[in-house]
Unconditional design. Structure first.
Length: 241
């Protein structure tokens, strides 16, 4: 993104300054900013509406903004030389992304970002935020906390991908999508296409399909498109152990 004009301009509504200020103020990265600084930042931000599968930015584009997801979800991904999509992370409502690039002095985005379904994000200018951050130690501590959480999450993901087999990874992933893990039965709505889930779990789509068939054959689940009925939560949790 060479400039703010490269944000999908046809999808920028007239920004409600008060609404942007409220949305930013509710997130810990901005909550400690002084009221006048928060208002100044809100004036410089843009509320971006994205359609399903609409790109927010491409790998290699100028990184002049980071983002806060207001509604929907955004997937961060890479495309391999052979054309395969590797999902790195799915960012959901209330979470920020691409903010680490400011502190790494990385000038381009290392990933692609695309909406999963309709989504709204706030585009926040890096330079202005850094200037405000230098004037607010409390906000700086909030950023450090956010980075620490993300680092811890990455370490867990690496551990899962390297130490667990494919059966275990899929069982744990589906178990984590249950609303009530303590219940005996439940229902899951897959958050994205099955091939993208397979990519995120570092397995081939064929392996994903085979393992889902095993779960069905064992009576653990019934699959109805993106909706999965779980008949045995304990069995799902133990799948692959």
């Amino acid at each position: 993104m060479a400039s703010s004009s490269n944000i999908p301009a046809n999808n920028i509504p007239t920004a409600n300054e008060h609404t942007l200020k409220e949305l930013l103020g509710a997130h810990h990265l901005f909550a400690s900013l002084k009221a006048d600084n928060l208002e100044h930042l809100a004036q410089a931000c843009r509320l971006v509406k994205l359609d399903n599968e609409q790109s927010l930015f491409h790998q290699g584009a100028d990184a002049q903004h980071f983002y806060l997801v207001v509604s929907g979800a955004v997937k961060l991904f890479r495309v391999s030389p052979d054309g395969l999509t590797k999902v790195i992370e799915v960012i959901r409502q209330g979470n920020a992304f691409a903010e680490a690039l400011m502190f790494l002095q990385q000038r381009t985005y290392p990933l692609n970002a695309e909406a999963m379904g309709e989504a709204e994000v706030i585009a926040i200018p890096n330079q202005l935020y850094k200037e405000l951050l230098l004037a607010s130690p409390e906000c700086a501590l909030g950023v450090m906390g956010n980075m620490a959480v993300k680092l811890h999450r990455r370490i867990n993901e690496i551990e899962i991908l390297t130490l667990q087999n494919t059966r275990h990874r899929l069982g744990n992933y589906l178990f984590g999508l249950l609303e009530d893990p303590a219940a005996k039965t439940g229902e899951i709505q897959l958050p994205m296409a099955k091939q993208l889930i397979a990519s995120q779990l570092a397995m081939q789509p064929e392996t994903f399909s085979r393992l889902m068939r095993e779960m069905k054959d064992q009576g653990l689940v019934t699959v109805k498109g993106a909706r999965i009925e779980v008949h045995d939560v304990a069995g799902l949790r133990a799948f692959g152990h």
